[in-house]
Design a protein around this ligand. Structure first.
Ligand code: 4NP
Length: 159
């Protein structure tokens, strides 16, 4: 299973989703054969480390995302990943447009896919620490649910 988390800049929400989901996947015993990455629909921050506020909120919850570097999504991603999850509706719309007809992945809204709750992870970039904590809470809930769903699928597939 190959999962790509996508937001606008790849410096706030999707790096958090990548880091938190890695931890949740390990906890769910999913690490084998799992590939996890994140990307942005935009390229403004390509090559940069995650936003210091995102690194800080992750660290407060025991997760280190400081080694990640931002990158923009590429056409190859739509063949290299099984599941591409946008953090908000705009990301999903942009992903669908970029993928056009050359797409093998399932593109979906992160929280909707993970929890059935069709709702954005709000962009915290222009917000404050409380907005980053809110994004973390949403991402933690989604990542936990997604790991549980995928762990169930994997055991069904192999059993
Ligand atoms: P992200 O947050 O999409 O969660 O990484 C943002 C990062 C940068 C910008 C917007 C949102 N920006 O406009 O540069």
């Amino acid at each position: 299973m190959r999962v790509l988390f996508v937001c606008l800049g790849n410096i706030c929400r999707s790096p958090l989703a990548e880091g938190v989901f890695r931890a949740e996947a390990a906890r769910a015993g999913l690490s084998e054969g799992l590939r996890v990455d994140s990307a942005g629909t935009g390229n403004w921050h390509a090559g940069e480390a995650p936003d210091a506020r995102a690194v800080a909120v992750a660290a407060r919850h025991g997760i280190n995302i400081s080694g990640q570097r931002a990158r923009q999504i590429s056409r190859g991603d739509f063949h290299a990943f099984d599941l591409i999850l946008g953090m908000d509706h705009r990301n999903v719309q942009d992903l669908t447009r970029i993928a056009a007809f050359d797409n093998k992945a399932t593109i979906d809204l992160f929280l909707g896919h993970a929890t059935g709750e069709t709702r954005d992870v709000a962009d915290p970039y222009y917000g404050d620490e409380a907005d980053f904590e809110a994004a973390y809470r949403d991402i933690k809930a989604g990542a936990t649910a997604l790991a549980t769903v995928l762990a169930g699928k994997t055991s069904r597939d192999s059993g």
